[in-house]
Design a protein around this ligand. Structure first.
Ligand code: ADP
Ligand code: MG
Length: 481
């Protein structure tokens, strides 16, 4: 062999070695992430068991199973002008809606989104609530003549506040902790409705908070308004959570009066679920250890939009380190947490071009990686597929766990069951949502799954809060005329 040929043979052998190593890493990932139906059944069963434990006693489970004080969901009879305020992340939204009862339904609605200046997310409680109340006051001032408040009535508001709250009534609750980048002195332990009410008074805004809810409860209420058979709501966005309708008598830790409806909506806080049956990899363990809340929100870290992209990044990093996947040097941006966001992962996963040019462009834009081969790009799509489908299938198993708790997982009742879903991940990551739906059918079987329907409750949390303000209005029972 000549020198050139020997050189080429060495390069070939080295390349083959790298691919063999990459294939081994991929195979291991696939095995560790596997979610065969038997495993999913274990996860669903564990979810049901934890639900029982969380309902039995305070602190009885990783699942908080918070009592929402919502014992009546919208019926469609709601009438009048109501407002909602949705505070959950970097934006907050004001909403007003004119409800026309069974006939009129949603006569008219308007919303306005306001971004929260970053300095207010780490400032004082006073400043944050003043800012919110002032934006709300401006929004109320823009109310047109086509919105009608019954004579002599005070305006009422549903407040969607998606941070952990210990609810003390339908319209009061104390903040347990700030999350999602908020860190404000002097709000933890305070009643957030009292804080908002004081700020509204300072603005000269005459408004009563009639309902305090989180986004899952809002989505359940919004979903129920459109479909009487909605009994579960799931949020798949930056985080993940679920709420469902429980029999009040099945809540041993509830010592209050039994509600007339006999029902109570439970905010599961299912993101904190964990079980030895969850398929976990080394990537998940390091992600958790390096996170802001190690040991917490394990289910959420396998499923939700905040984390999926970062799991993929961790796999790519290992491929770069151990299989020289991107050449001799490890691209430095692969080492930076959260550089690969889930929307970018989703864009790569959905790439339908024959040369996978979306993948190539994302690798270039996100990591500064160029000159990838088609084979490499295909491998990256495979990784996205493994990580996304594991999350989607686990979310489906969680839903089956709730259906079991409700006794709706068998053919016995044949009642129609609707699950309202919302959140950016569910809405935009099509492969994820489709996989969730098909896994649900796979687990339930044809007959049961023909009675279980998933709907997209678009912006349920906004309108849901306004509807709950209506169904918990101080004027209930007072004649409309
Ligand atoms: P939040 O959960 O903060 O209330 P959303 O429900 O709008 O907000 O969800 C936003 C999250 O949805 C993002 O953090 C992201 O993870 C995910 N997401 C948004 N767009 C996409 C997309 N195109 N593909 C996949 N995930 C997306
Ligand atoms: Mg949201």
């Amino acid at each position: 062999m000549g020198k050139v040929a020997v050189g080429a043979a060495v390069v070939c052998a080295a390349t083959a070695g790298r691919w063999a190593r990459a294939a081994a890493i991929l195979k291991e990932l696939e095995e560790k992430c596997a979610t065969p139906i038997g495993k999913l059944r274990h996860v669903a069963d564990a979810m049901t068991v934890e639900m029982h434990a969380g309902l039995a006693s305070e602190g009885g489970s990783k699942l908080k199973m918070l009592i929402s004080y919502v014992d009546n969901l919208p019926t469609g009879d709601e009438k009048g002008l109501f407002y909602a305020l949705d505070l959950g992340g970097t934006n907050f939204r004001c909403l007003r809606v004119q409800l026309g009862g069974k006939e009129g339904r949603v006569v008219k609605q308007e919303a306005e989104e306001v971004s929260i200046p970053p300095h207010l997310m780490v400032g004082s409680s006073h400043e944050l609530f003043d800012f919110i109340a002032s934006a709300l006051a401006k929004f109320v001032a823009s109310e047109g003549d086509d919105y009608q408040l019954s004579v002599g009535r005070q305006r009422e508001l549903g407040f969607t506040f998606s941070f952990p709250v210990k609810q003390t009534s339908i319209c009061s609750g104390t903040l347990i902790k700030w999350t999602k980048g908020f860190s404000i002195d002097g709000t933890v332990g305070e009643d957030v409705v009292a804080e908002l009410t004081k700020a509204m008074e300072r603005q000269g805004l005459d408004m009563r908070v009639a309902a305090l809810v989180n986004d899952t409860i809002g989505t359940l209420a919004g979903g129920r308004y459109n479909d009487n058979d909605v009994v579960i709501a799931v949020i798949l966005g930056t985080g993940t959570n679920a709420a469902y309708v429980e029999r009040a008598q099945a809540i041993p830790k509830w010592h209050g009066l039994l509600p007339k409806s006999g029902e109570m909506v439970i905010n599961m806080e299912w993101g904190n679920f964990r079980s030895s049956h969850l398929p976990m990899t080394e990537y998940d363990h390091t992600l958790d250890v390096e996170s802001l809340n190690p040991g917490e929100q394990i289910f959420e870290k396998l499923i939700s939009g905040m984390y999926l992209g970062d799991i993929v990044r961790r796999v790519l990093w290992r491929l770069a380190e151990e299989a020289s996947f991107f050449g001799d040097n490890v691209p430095s941006k692969l080492q930076v947490p959260f550089t690969l966001r889930t929307p970018d992962m989703s864009a790569m996963h959905h790439d339908s071009s024959s040369d996978l040019r979306v993948v190539a462009n994302k690798l270039r834009d996100v990591f500064g990686i160029t000159n990838t081969s088609l084979k490499m790009r295909k491998t990256i799509v495979d990784i996205c597929d493994i990580v996304a489908k594991r999350g989607a299938r686990l979310a489906a198993a969680g839903v089956v766990g709730i259906l079991k708790k409700q006794g709706r997982d068998t053919v016995a009742g044949k009642q129609r069951t609707v699950v309202a879903m919302d959140g950016g991940l569910f809405e935009h990551y099509t492969i994820f949502s489709k996989c969730l739906e098909s896994t649900l059918s796979e687990m339930l079987g044809d007959e049961v799954s023909s009675h279980v329907i998933i709907t997209h409750a678009n912006d349920g949390s906004g309108i849901g809060a306004a509807l709950l303000a209506a169904s918990h209005s101080q004027y209930l029972g007072i004649d409309e005329s």
